[in-house]
Write a protein that binds this ligand. Sequence first.
Ligand code: PLP
Length: 384
Amino acid sequence: MIYLDANATTPPDPAVIEAMLPFLSQHYGNASSSHAAGRHARRAVENARKQVATLIGADESEIIFTSGATESINSVLLSARHTCPDRSLLIISATEHPATLECAERWQAQGGQVKVIPVHQTGLLDLEALKTALIPGETALVSMLWANNETGVIQPMTEIAALAHSAGALVHADAVQMLGKLSVDVRDAGVDFLSLSGHKMHTPKGIGALFVSHHAPFQPMIIGGGQEKERRSGTENVPGIVALGKAAELAMISHIDMQPLRDALEQQLLAALPELEIHSQSAPRLPNTSSIHFPGVDAAALLIRLDQKGLACSGGSACHTASLHPSHVLEAMGYDARHAASTLRFSLSRLNTEAEIPQAAQAIIAAVHHLRAQWDPSVVVTMA
Ligand code: PLP
């Protein structure tokens, strides 16, 4: 299989698995226990906290381990509603992940106000609209995707955070797709909260983290045993946490640039199929992501055909569902449902190889020709 669906989930890195394995078997202590086994687990958790903090330029005391970005995002949005009771406004963008969109719906259902900032056709946020929407004294939180999972568009987070702070609002960055691909520094960006998921950076699923700045008010969503300094209760997922720490360390030292492979894929496809449209090419984009419109081709059929040929990619919709319902991201960029229904996303990881690119391009080109031949009414099939 050629796996080009890293924005949905990445293949676990063998070094990450090797680091976590002993904590699935012999080092099974509860990190809250005071005996030697517990202390061993605790040391591993705190070491991982340091590794994650280093990756994003935070202090280790600002890192909370969670089950993944969905939990981190839910925690931030619920917390802001409670810690800023006299500020009822939440601001998000039109291209958020469903985790944020659904939390925004709940915010509204609970009596809060939500403003959704549009994006340009490039996928970049309309900063003028953000400036207009920010009401000083009323805005509790600005929560924005840093890099989009469908198109790879990178939003100007530093600028967004500065604008939000000038209105006295807290800032949350969904950095799930940034980490492991580009460097992230919470101080440079000036964000108060940041969410990440391990499985987008080569750990197994079910582990993530939340950065909460020292200065930001925070109320836990999950209460109970008081773990994570009472900010996220529940016995720590020690193997997952060790995996996330190792993945963070590898992300720091791995200098594999995915962009040459992504660009080569795009060039090879365009050379054979010049009518293709690559979304957001003029915007800053993640080096691994390519969202491509195949005019006149049913993306669902193409996805199935490619799957049969051993190539894994994703529909124009997001990583959260297997369905190909029209992408709200492409819709926000001004494309219609028909356009979205002819769009596929290819996303690479640092574990893809150069040799896979021409193979993938050939498979995609052949599948497009195959589907067009099937559906093109000008192709006359005669029977002998
Ligand atoms: N935010 C973005 C941008 C994502 O791509 C994802 C992935 O699904 C999430 C949030 C949610 O992450 P998870 O499903 O790992 O909780």
